[in-house]
Design a protein around this ligand. Structure first.
Ligand code: A2P
Length: 340
């Protein structure tokens, strides 16, 4: 275990997730020697606050990574594909929030509450991948159940906030909502349909099998993180007009019977989970409860009465924090503490 102090960069610092990464770094106990903020050429000249100091935003170039120990990337898949290997060659470990490297067998895909041991494989490529936001909150809640009685199949429907698409999508929901309540025309730029007062069963691009890429990420990433390719997963991912906080209706079939009460008990002591499950008093997790905090909230835990060994539940988390920035910073904390 080392307590080396580190030079850290945030790549994509001006974006929705990058901005939250800065906040999470401010809150973290990482021994920081310096923080560098990187974005595209467009942002040169901007300054962002870090612990009371104004730091300049610099253009990300191949030279940006010299002398850095860790770079937290959230600047899009193409940018990660291009710059992560350059950073790694310069001796800087990349923790990447894009989907570019997640399924690479030489890149660990890590949720610290589930598979922290996988971080050690960062040595293979110098890159660690941060999973998809919807997958992170689902595996945080399901892993303790899988360990206890084996999950055979997961059926999940998501209700995902627009912040998962980035800053432009947050603006689009705001602008469309304002236009509509004022009986004005609205513009569509980010999504193919109006997102205000609507639900879009379409996240990321459609694949040949009729599923979206987001839905396939939930299958492939769940298996990789939970280290069990036998788990069957089927997902329907839906974008809803919510700014922050992804919600998921999750149905699981287990190998051995487990009662709803036992699930509640298991999850009450699970790392990173908070059970909010008192429907008689209208207590169940909401997107508004999740926003701005780091726990994965679970409620509506009940027996699936249509099958022998089934459980239904409702899982909610802040997609920008635990679903992205917090998880990335937690990985960096473990990496620095255990391996650098
Ligand atoms: P910029 O603001 O300069 O465009 P979001 O997902 O919220 O849209 O944010 C994307 C982030 O990725 C922003 O910080 C954006 O910077 C950054 N980014 C996009 N393209 C590049 C690039 N080619 N090089 C560096 N940063 C980039």
């Amino acid at each position: 275990m080392s307590r080396k102090s580190v030079h850290v960069a945030v790549a994509g610092a001006t974006g929705a997730v990058g901005n939250q990464m800065i906040t999470c770094l401010e809150e973290s106990n990482l021994p920081l020697k310096s923080v560098k903020l990187l974005a595209s050429k467009r942002s040169v000249g901007r300054q962002l606050r870090f612990r009371g100091d104004l730091l300049p935003v610099e253009e990300m170039t191949p030279e940006s990574f010299k002398g850095l120990d860790v770079a937290l990337f959230s600047a899009g898949g193409g940018t990660s594909k291009q710059f992560a290997p350059i950073a790694a060659d310069a001796g800087c470990v990349v923790v990447d929030n894009s989907s570019a490297w997640r399924m690479d067998p030489d890149v660990p895909l890590v949720v610290p509450e589930v598979n922290p041991h996988a971080i050690k494989d960062y040595t293979k490529k110098g890159i660690i991948a941060n999973p998809n936001c919807s997958t992170i909150q689902m595996v945080v809640a399901l892993n303790p159940i899988h360990k206890h009685c084996g999950i055979k199949r997961i059926v999940v429907s998501t209700y995902q906030a627009v912040s998962g698409t980035g800053k432009k999508a947050i603006d689009e929901l705001f602008d469309q909502t304002r236009a509509m309540i004022n009986f004005l025309d609205y513009a569509k730029q980010v999504y193919p349909h109006r997102i205000a007062f609507n639900c879009l069963p379409h996240i990321d691009v459609f694949q040949e099998n009729g599923y979206t890429k987001e839905e396939m990420k939930m299958l492939n990433e769940t298996r990789k993180i939970m280290e069990d390719d036998s788990i069957a997963v089927t997902a329907t991912t839906v974008r809803v007009p919510v700014f922050y906080g992804h919600c998921e209706a999750v149905n699981i079939e287990t190998s051995r019977h487990i009662s709803a009460g036992h699930v509640r008990q298991l999850l009450s002591s699970a790392p990173g989970v908070k059970v909010m499950d008192d429907p008689g008093n209208n207590v169940y997790p909401l997107a508004t409860d999740a926003a701005g905090q780091d726990l994965t909230l679970v409620g509506r835990i009940r027996q699936d009465e249509s099958i022998e060994n089934g459980i239904n539940m409702w899982i909610v988390a802040d997609n920008i924090r635990k679903g992205a920035a917090t998880n990335t910073v937690q990985i960096a904390e473990l990496l620095v503490k255990e391996y650098l």
